[in-house]
Design a protein around this ligand. Structure first.
Ligand SMILES: Cc1ncc(COP(=O)(O)O)c(C=O)c1O
Length: 423
């Protein structure tokens, strides 16, 4: 296929049939959670209907559950570019990060340092800030507020060999879409002898992830941001896992990936996660001609298809996002936040509208079937530093592989109407 067939993509999502007062619902809330394709719904249903059991039993449904769980670890490995034993599942990214901070924190002593950033979602800040209770010093990389990008000069000086033990950084900002050079952050951490932890929750549907190329020790994401159910995934480099002792029951295996997986997991969610990754791979297979020139050499099977699927989404969404920013920028009273044009950014577009609190604008748009988010999206530190807390934060439009130009035209018209009504 030489063009991206958005009609096919949309046909896979039952939710997209919904209307609000006669208008089709436009799901522009992807950064808060994407919609779910039919094959994911089917996988969750089928697991619970036909295979539901606990692990390790000597009967059919338990053996099928063992296979389902093994397949979820393999699918996670194809998503992230690692071995199945390096992907663990948990409730969500936040819970996994607290768990990880506990495991790494046990290895730290008072005076050791952790570096976080002012750009990050609170889920990659609070768990590390809490280590201050143990005497750990938490240092924060500032943000250049004009461009919503990290201050790399400060980053370079804050990471210090002998002092820094953990560097926690986001792959992409869920508030304004900035994509960070996490390979550079991981290299800084490595040179200092520190562990690197990457929050890839927002990035995960906006580009392929290759943990080996990034050189990070840990990377976390959430399946509900890439068409899956509400479960979290964590890549833990095998050698990094060997250095720590995560909380675990005496009866629990110490082998990765299970060492990180406490209690009975969300098996139906894991079955759904495999289906979500297969769905992305299917998009890759259908659109390989569109992205052939960007596909790294040497990839095979589902991994190659997943990388192609992630690239295809971006090839489709980025021009739409550029168009949207241009249109919004022309509306009186609109101010767009994010990195300069041409800088790495996801297809998430955030703005304010003079005369409206962000929540008021989002309500008015929601009433027209345009589902956008408002507030700080838990990137509270950035929104506070931008001085937007009192204005209700930002209005956030998230593009997804099922978003259409027509939906964005409706949004631009609606924002234009709001702008006029305030003048
Ligand atoms: C960038 C980012 N990090 C972390 C999280 C938290 O993820 P979870 O809901 O899986 O805990 C989110 C959720 O919105 C996010 O966007």
């Amino acid at each position: 296929m030489t063009h991206y067939d958005v009609a096919y993509v949309r046909s896979q999502f039952p939710a997209l049939k919904r209307t609000i007062d006669g208008r089709p619902a436009a799901y522009l809330d992807g950064p808060g959670g994407t919609q779910t394709p039919r094959r994911v719904l089917d996988a969750v249903r089928e697991y619970l209907a036909d295979h539901n059991a606990n692990l390790g039993g000597r009967f059919a449904t338990s053996e099928e559950t063992d296979a389902t769980i093994a397949e979820a670890h393999s699918a996670g490995a194809d998503l992230l570019g690692c071995e199945p034993a390096e992907v663990s599942f948990g409730a969500n990214m936040t819970t996994l990060t607290y768990f990880l901070a506990e495991a790494l924190g046990r290895r730290l002593k008072p005076g050791d340092e952790v570096v976080i950033t002012a750009l990050d979602h609170e889920a990659n800040r609070s768990p590390w800030l809490r280590l201050a209770e143990r005497g750990v010093v938490v240092r924060e990389v500032p943000v250049d507020l004009a461009t919503c990008t990290l201050d790399w000069t400060a980053f370079d000086t804050l990471v210090q060999p002998g002092h820094t033990k953990v560097v926690a950084v986001g792959y992409a900002s869920n508030a304004v879409g900035t994509v960070n050079d996490v390979a550079r952050a991981a290299a800084l951490a490595r040179a200092a002898g520190a562990w690197s932890v990457v929050d890839a929750v927002h990035y995960a549907l906006h580009g392929p992830i290759d943990v080996r190329a990034l050189g990070c020790d840990f990377l976390l994401c959430s399946a509900y941001k890439f068409f899956g159910p509400h479960v979290g995934l964590m890549y833990a480099r095998r050698e990094a896992t060997a250095q720590v002792e995560p909380l675990r029951l005496a009866t629990q295996t110490a082998e990765p990936p299970y060492i990180w997986e406490t209690g009975t997991l969300n098996f139906e969610g894991m079955a759904g996660t495999t289906a979500a990754i297969d769905f992305i791979a299917d998009l890759g297979d259908r659109n390989v001609a569109l992205v052939e020139d960007r596909l790294p050499a040497g990839l095979k099977g589902r991994r190659r298809a997943v990388v192609a699927g992630m690239l295809a989404g971006e090839v489709y969404e980025q021009p739409l996002a550029t168009w949207l920013r241009e249109q919004l920028a022309g509306i009186p009273g609109v101010k767009i936040y994010g990195p300069p044009e041409g800088s790495p950014r996801t297809s998430t577009v955030s703005f304010t509208l003079e005369g409206f609190l962000a929540g008021e604008a989002a309500r008015a748009l929601g009433d027209r079937g345009l589902f956008v988010w408002d507030g700080d999206f838990y990137a509270a530190s950035l929104v506070r530093l931008l001085g937007l807390a009192e204005r209700g934060g930002l209005i956030r439009v998230g593009l997804a592989p099922y978003t259409t130009q027509g939906e964005l035209e409706r949004l631009v018209t609606a924002v234009g109407d709001l702008s006029r009504s305030a003048r």
